[in-house]
Design a binder for this molecule. Structure first.
Ligand SMILES: NC(=O)C1=CN([C@@H]2O[C@H](COP(=O)(O)OP(=O)(O)OC[C@H]3O[C@@H](n4cnc5c(N)ncnc54)[C@H](OP(=O)(O)O)[C@@H]3O)[C@@H](O)[C@H]2O)C=CC1
Ligand SMILES: O=C(O)[C@@H]1CCC=N1
Length: 258
């Protein structure tokens, strides 16, 4: 069992808390300056507090506040070398965090799908302790990456859900425009993304082979694929990822002189 606290229970912190509450092996203390944020997760954690000091004696301390607040919060926590600090912050390098704490630091780029146990996370740190791995495994899949890869990971899996929500919306809207009921179109589009993602994860076949498997000769899909191949859809996705990556790098630049 992992004893963890989550400091900052907004969008990302609350998603983690709710994801961990789906399994009862972990004890989670939730901390936020906003009582309303704590009220929203009170049924999904063991304890809530507005005092970070009261939440700082757990084995693992997850800091999920906005990037600009992270170092102040970490400084005030005064953690020991036996504890592990997890930072979710975009653009805050591990070395910067290490200057402000005695705890072992693991920098993680999570995503909102922690809430449903489907998080894709990138983790970096000299050694990722077993209890942190157990915590990440409990809410999805993680991969270990180099610190230098964190900006692109932030774009792909951290920001990625927003890009995918957008694409699901576009597929839904196309269905609605052609006559489907909005609720039906949303289920069909979202479940199709979910099923396709699950297929990619579970299949030995690469993505080109999977596309081929859907395209019946002279059928419907090949017509749609030809329209996609002729469009600049892949460039648009690439540009979205690059813009998010650049912003992550820009946030990190603030720490260059520290
Ligand atoms: N949202 C996402 O999908 C993802 C976010 N992240 C990272 O997670 C972090 C949090 O992002 P997100 O959840 O979106 O942000 P939110 O603003 O939704 O949540 C942050 C929460 O922390 C609270 N807070 C502020 N100061 C303190 C403090 N000193 N002690 C305790 N709580 C405090 C805020 O309260 P108040 O609002 O009153 O200030 C708010 O409730 C960021 O660093 C971000 O880069 C990473 C991946 C995905
Ligand atoms: O938009 C952001 O900055 C945060 C980090 C990745 C996802 N949300």
């Amino acid at each position: 069992m992992v004893r963890a606290s989550v400091i900052g229970c907004g969008n990302m912190g609350s998603a983690l808390i709710r994801g961990l509450s789906r399994i009862d092996e972990h004890t989670v203390i939730a901390c936020d300056v906003d009582p309303a944020a704590l009220e929203a997760v009170s049924d999904d954690c063991a304890e809530t507090t507005t005092d970070p000091a009261a939440a700082s004696d757990t084995d693992v301390v997850v800091v999920a506040v906005k990037p600009g607040l992270v170092l102040d919060v970490v400084t005030d926590l005064d953690l020991s070398p036996e504890q592990t600090l997890i930072s979710f912050a975009a653009g805050v390098p591990t070395t910067a965090l290490e200057e402000y704490t005695d705890a072992a630091v693991v920098r993680i780029m999570p995503n909102l799908a922690a809430e449903t146990g489907n998080m894709a996370a990138a983790a970096t740190g000299s050694e990722i302790p077993d209890d942190v791995k157990a915590l990440l495994d409990a809410v999805g899949e993680f991969v270990e990456v180099e610190e230098s890869q964190m900006d692109i990971a932030t774009a792909v899996n951290g920001s990625g859900p927003a890009f995918v929500f957008y694409l699901i919306g576009a597929m839904r809207d196309a269905g609605v425009d052609a006559g489907l009921e909005p609720e039906d179109a949303e289920v069909l589009a979202a479940q199709t993304f979910k099923g396709a993602a699950e297929t990619v994860l579970r299949s030995d076949r690469d993505i080109a082979e999977l596309i081929d498997a859907v395209c019946s000769p002279k059928g419907t899909t090949i017509e749609g694929m030809e329209a996609l191949w002729e469009s600049t859809a892949d460039e648009a996705v690439g540009e979205a990822v690059s813009a998010a990556e650049e912003r992550s790098a820009e946030l990190a630049e603030a720490f260059d002189d520290e």
